[in-house]
Design a protein around this ligand. Structure first.
Ligand code: SF4
Ligand code: SF4
Length: 480
């Protein structure tokens, strides 16, 4: 390479790299992320100095050789960026699994349901007679005070009562989840209303309604059996009753959580934000349910503590994202910082409509989780599995957490823990910089390794968490 060409290449690379560091600096500053802002500032200065040195010392043969090697390496990395390739690992996404063979999940086995048994001695006896394997561990969890009550590390009388108010408000709305649709007398009118063309319009209105009321995204999927719980388990009125829902379509609504609140985890801010977004998600689900009922269709809202649908697999089926190692949905744009609700209806809102991409489109998220493990490394209770082997549950491999140790820790804190959410590299603001990074990691595994290296460096691999009045060693499963 002749000197003017080399010099020009150096100047171009210097400016491009400087632009990247400058963008990181600006966005980190706006996001109030001190560490990445500081590192980006240092890198910006070092980058300018480095290329200036190369240009200044170009006559030295060793410097010239290093210069050429660096340009060559950068060129390879840049050429690799847009190329999409991932190893063929069929087990890490649900998109290749026959869902008909998946066992339904019994809501009675959910940790929240098992925790509530302490208030209903008869149900408790009934349950542990058939599930003695959970009795010992659940009794330890039952002994701890409930979220929002005195005893939790972060308990504050007024703030804890305030977040509880959201959930008790939601409980009062449960009666709205199911009611009869409006009668439509005229058969012809009904036929027109639910014609294929009109159903497409209904779907469009639902999307507009959801976004208008604050949803960040909405997806539609057919209501497969494995997306339904097998039995009710959260409330004594219908505990143990089989779930009978013959609806055709499941609509999944996604509401964004504020990243700034998640960053404060563990603390009351997390459960406050969680409560707020559960209310928002429920509000949208109830409005869509009412809309469908007014049209004469059957509909049911699935909102906090009143679900028949498992929201995470439903969201994945609806093409809203992929399952993360910590058992939560990772949305391609919003990461895991979302809360969801759903509406099921007997109307077919899928026929004749181009479906959006399902799980396979977002399988890069599953690959990233295999590399990353940051949530598992930072979970104070060891509730998240490590390694590449995806655990088997309900007859198919998928990530799920040890709910006993996780929930026990929540009760100890008196709030949602959320540390795994906080450290996840996908938990970033939805701004141009992070959108660019999300696109970058969606292309191939080399990009993912580079992005993960920088994420660890900029934000830290092991995130320091301040536990108020709680020793880290006291948080493990042994201390349930
Ligand atoms: S919420 Fe906390 S305890 Fe539960 S899995 Fe996440 S990091 Fe672990
Ligand atoms: S922290 Fe890493 S491994 Fe865990 S869910 Fe997020 S991306 Fe996946």
């Amino acid at each position: 390479m002749s000197w003017p060409v080399l010099e020009l290449t150096n100047i171009i690379l210097m400016n491009l790299l400087s632009l990247i560091f400058l963008l990181i600096l600006i966005f980190s500053f706006l996001e109030k992320e001190k560490r990445p802002a500081l590192i980006a500032a240092v890198l910006l200065i070092a980058n300018l100095a480095f290329w200036a040195f190369l240009n200044h010392s170009h006559e030295h043969p060793i410097v010239r050789a290093i210069n050429l090697v660096i340009i060559f390496l950068i060129l390879i990395i840049v050429l690799l960026i847009p190329w999409r390739f991932f190893p063929d690992q069929k087990t890490i996404t649900t998109s290749t699994i026959k869902t008909e063979s998946i066992e339904q999940f019994d809501e009675r086995n959910h940790m929240f349901s098992r925790n509530a048994l302490k208030f209903y001695p008869e149900l408790k006896e009934l349950y542990y007679r058939s599930h003695p394997e959970y009795q010992k561990v659940d009794e330890l969890i039952h002994r701890k005070s409930e979220l929002g009550q005195p005893g939790g590390v972060y308990y504050e009388p007024l703030r804890s009562t305030a977040f509880k108010a959201n959930f008790s408000f939601l409980a009062k709305l449960n009666c709205l989840a199911e009611s009869k649709p409006e009668e439509i007398e005229e058969e012809a009118e009904k036929k027109h209303l639910f014609s294929e063309a009109n159903r497409r319009k209904i779907r469009e209105v639902i999307e507009i309604l959801a976004l208008h009321h604050g949803a960040a995204d909405i997806g539609f999927t057919s209501l497969k059996k494995y997306l339904l719980y097998s039995h009710h388990g959260r409330h004594p009125e219908n505990w143990g009753q089989p779930i009978e829902n013959n609806h055709q379509t499941c609509i999944v609504i996604l509401v964004p959580m504020k990243i700034a609140a998640i960053r404060k985890s563990p603390g009351l801010e997390v459960i406050e934000e969680s409560a707020r977004t559960y209310v928002e998600a429920a509000k949208i689900a109830f409005i869509i349910t009412e809309f469908l009922k007014l049209l004469g269709a059957e509909a049911r809202a699935h909102t906090d503590a009143n679900y028949e649908v498992l929201l995470v697999p439903a969201a994945i089926e609806a093409g809203l994202g992929q399952l993360g190692r910590f058992g939560l949905l990772i949305h391609p744009r919003l990461g895991p910082c979302v809360r969801m609700s759903a509406v099921t209806t007997n109307l077919d809102l899928l026929t004749g409509v181009k479906q959006r991409a399902t799980g396979r489109k977002w399988e890069h998220i599953s690959f990233f989780c295999q590399l990353c493990q940051k949530c598992a490394d930072n979970c104070p209770t060891g509730s998240i599995s490590r390694g590449n082997a995806v655990p088997l549950a309900r007859g198919f491999p998928h990530w799920s957490i040890r709910q006993e140790s996780c929930y026990s820790f929540w009760k100890r804190l008196g709030t949602d823990c959320g540390i795994c959410l906080k450290v996840c590299p996908f938990s970033k603001e939805d701004n141009p910089l992070h959108r660019l990074v999300r696109w970058y990691v969606s292309r191939n595994i080399v990009n993912q390794k580079i992005a993960l290296f920088f994420d660890d460096w900029l934000y830290g691999r092991k995130v320091k968490v301040k536990f108020t009045g709680i020793e880290r060693k006291q948080t493990g499963l042994s201390n349930l």
